[in-house]
Design a protein around this ligand. Structure first.
Ligand SMILES: [Zn+2]
Length: 494
């Protein structure tokens, strides 16, 4: 669902308006991005709504292009400010870490053993917190703002886009869209040579296991069988011509990914986040779409599997030796916050903007062809983007196609599909799986507690209190920006 190209670039590009935090809190000091409250409030309220709600409501909304432009400007500045704040924090930590390291390596100081250990623990803690700041600055905050921008675009552009779609429906032009021959699903050749990818996929699975980055599989048979049955059903109504291999990973990450040749991985976190079978089927359909269109193959022509995993293996090695340096580290600590997707080179997964849009289209078709409500995919995406997004689901979004384009294309495809009388949204099997999942979650939580982790590794350092961006928390709260709804003060890193 995602990729990482350009994440470092993003970090470099988003410097800008770094205003001292105090300025925003000072009652006498007006924020340098004033907005007319009358414009600001209703619009900002709309930006918190789901994409699906906005698709319905936007034709009725009346904001002038001046108002929209004002909001764009505000979001732009707010993002730069917020990103800048966390980058400053990371920079401060970096110099702090350097100081601690100098202290540790000062030969004249003759530090006692326990003093040295304390210093090491301090360094470790600062490295972890710095990695979190960087994830926020590079990914979470830009994603949160990209989402708001996309909703502004939706409010502005959907009414006229909708007209175009209706016109295409009326004059039959929609039948000539790419892969518009949905009545032939199963007989279509989206990309010739699927079978050639089986070996690559096998090799990739082996290498990923070897790198030590792959979370363990979920062992609960009922959960695994259920996910497999949904995947098989969707596959049977798709253009997939290779055997399907489904693995459920015991990771908190809200994600799913596929390897070439029919290897699909679904994280436990995604099962937790799905509210019904149609949502799950939509996500699985998307992954099958990647396999069918041979995206992994197309992107890795000049890259060997070993090369792709090299970086991941290095991260794993670093973790084992206690040297902490990257986002991947954080992932390795607990299998799942920022995700495997951040530690891997995602070329193997076939992630690119164009390919995401293609997989969305195919996935929606496959879910629909299997009898599921094709809006399930949008609902899930919507939930991630609006309620759950940013951190837990960071892997879901990065190097995304622009959100509005993605949502619009998905909606368009759904409108072009022949309507069915009834769609499956949920099943009792899904509800049963959810019940089993509660047990799996509890066990994973208990295990995480007992597992020696980097928080204490390698010399029994005390656990680091994590400050994480809570799901559903308005981004403004995180950065103390005016316009946050809760007015609640977010505690800064201790
Ligand atoms: Zn994808």
């Amino acid at each position: 669902m995602r990729s990482r190209t350009g994440r470092f670039l993003l970090a470099l590009l988003s410097v800008g308006m770094v205003v001292p935090l105090a300025a925003w809190h000072d009652r006498n000091h007006k924020p340098s991005v004033p907005l007319t409250p009358a414009v600001f409030r209703p619009l900002q309220k709309d930006l918190q709504k789901h994409y699906l709600t906005l698709f319905k409501e936007s034709p009725e909304l009346e904001f002038s292009s001046y108002q929209i432009q004002q909001m764009h400007d505000y979001l732009d500045k707010a993002k730069s400010y917020c990103v800048g704040e966390y980058k400053n924090l990371a920079a401060k930590r970096k110099s702090h870490i350097e100081k601690l390291k100098a202290e540790l390596h000062n030969k004249d100081a003759k530090l006692s053993r326990s003093k040295r250990r304390k210093l090491r623990c301090k360094i470790q803690k600062a490295e972890l917190l710095r990695s979190e700041d960087l994830v926020l600055a590079r990914h979470a905050i830009p994603i949160a703002y990209a989402n708001k921008e996309a909703k502004l675009d939706l409010i502005q552009q959907w009414p006229s886009d909708l007209k175009t779609i209706k016109q295409e429906l009326a004059d039959g032009a929609y039948r000539h869209r790419r892969w518009g021959d949905v009545q032939d699903i199963g007989f279509r050749v989206i990309a010739p040579g699927q079978r050639k990818d089986i070996k690559t996929g096998q090799e990739a699975v082996r290498q990923m296991k070897e790198s030590g980055l792959m979370p363990p599989p979920v062992r609960n048979k009922k959960v695994v069988d259920y996910v497999k049955s949904v995947a098989e059903k969707v596959a049977a109504h798709s253009d997939l011509h290779v055997p399907l291999h489904v693995t459920v990973l015991n990771s908190n990450e809200i994600n799913a990914f596929s390897f070439p040749g029919g290897y699909i991985f679904v994280d436990r976190g995604l099962l937790n986040a799905a509210d019904n079978e149609a949502e799950l089927a939509g996500v699985i359909g998307h992954e099958i779409g990647h396999v069918v269109a041979r995206h992994g193959h197309k992107l890795m022509e000049r890259q060997t599997v070993a090369g792709i995993f090299y970086q991941g293996a290095q991260v794993a090695a670093m973790v084992l030796t206690g040297g902490i340096a990257s986002i991947g580290t954080y992932y390795a600590i607990q299998y799942g916050f920022y995700g495997l997707s951040m530690a891997l080179d995602l070329r193997l997964l076939g992630v690119s903007r164009q390919f995401e849009l293609q997989a969305d289209q195919l996935g929606i078709q496959y879910a629909w062809n299997s009898g599921y409500d094709p809006e399930g995919f949008i609902r899930f995406f919507d939930k991630m983007a609006t309620d759950e997004g940013y951190v837990n689901g960071v892997g879901w979004f990065y190097d995304h196609p622009p959100f509005y384009l993605r949502m619009k294309d998905a909606m368009r495809e759904i409108m072009f599909l022949p309507k069915k009388k009834r769609y499956i949204e949920n099943t009792t099997a899904f509800m049963r799986m959810k019940k089993e999942l509660v047990k799996v979650n509890a066990r994973a939580k208990k295990k995480a507690k007992n597992r020696p982790s980097l928080h204490r590794h390698p010399q029994g350092c005390p656990a680091v209190h994590k400050v994480e961006y809570k799901a559903g928390e308005p981004i403004e709260t995180l950065c103390h920006l005016p316009g946050g709804y809760t007015g609640k003060q977010h505690e800064h890193h201790p």
